[in-house]
Design a protein around this ligand. Structure first.
Ligand code: APR
Length: 173
């Protein structure tokens, strides 16, 4: 079964099989991790994304990584937090599930997630961390396949602390 590992740092620097991009529906770049990934990948990523006709919230699409050290970028679109009564949990869970499905389909061994929707989309971080860890654990427990390690990447120490505490609570519950 794949292991879940925490990593503090810039996801664009990770030499893993695929990094996940917290994109928007256009897939044409933006701020946050989306902007960082496009800057690091170079303009060929945007040209490639233009051919994808966007991405629905909760879905995921895979592209080459171009100038990034990883092999692929899996673009997913998380929900914008609007109070929690507009299917936000279901859509965020779908992001993790669809990204893991694509990783298995492409026989990837290592995959790195940013904290989808936890920035500009303002999803409550503690709730998102619980959903993320529970969903990934369920997925990797129920689906054998190529994945060996799933990294949860925090861009700041406060996010890392929330992941750490969530993992402790999850494994002792
Ligand atoms: N490496 C790892 N994590 C990062 C990086 C990075 N280089 N840059 C930002 N993050 C973290 C943020 O700190 C946050 O915890 O990624 C998480 C997601 O934040 P956002 O990038 O703002 O993504 P999201 O909240 O899903 O909002 C998506 O923002 O950038 C636009 O085009 C994007 O419209 C979309 C929206």
């Amino acid at each position: 079964m794949a292991k879940i590992k925490l990593h503090l740092g810039d996801i664009t620097q990770l030499n893993v099989d695929a990094i996940v991009n917290a994109a928007n529906n256009s897939l044409l770049g933006g701020g946050g991790v989306d902007g960082a990934i496009h800057r690091a990948a170079g303009p060929d990523l945007l040209d490639f994304c233009r051919t994808l006709n966007g991405c629905e919230t909760g879905q995921a699409k895979i592209t080459p990584a171009f100038n990034l050290p990883c092999r692929y970028v899996i673009h997913t679109v998380g929900p914008i937090w609007r109070g929690g009564h507009n299917d936000e949990p279901e859509l965020l869970q779908s992001c993790y599930v669809k990204c893991l499905e694509l990783a298995r389909k492409h026989k990837l061994k290592t995959l790195a997630f940013p904290a989808i929707s936890c920035g500009i989309y303002r999803y409550p971080i503690t709730e998102a961390a619980k959903l993320c860890i529970r969903t990934i654990h369920e997925e990797v427990s129920q689906n054998s396949g190529s994945l060996e390690t799933v990294f949860l990447v925090s861009f700041d120490a406060s996010m890392q602390r929330i992941y750490e505490q969530t993992l402790v609570n999850f494994t002792t519950s």
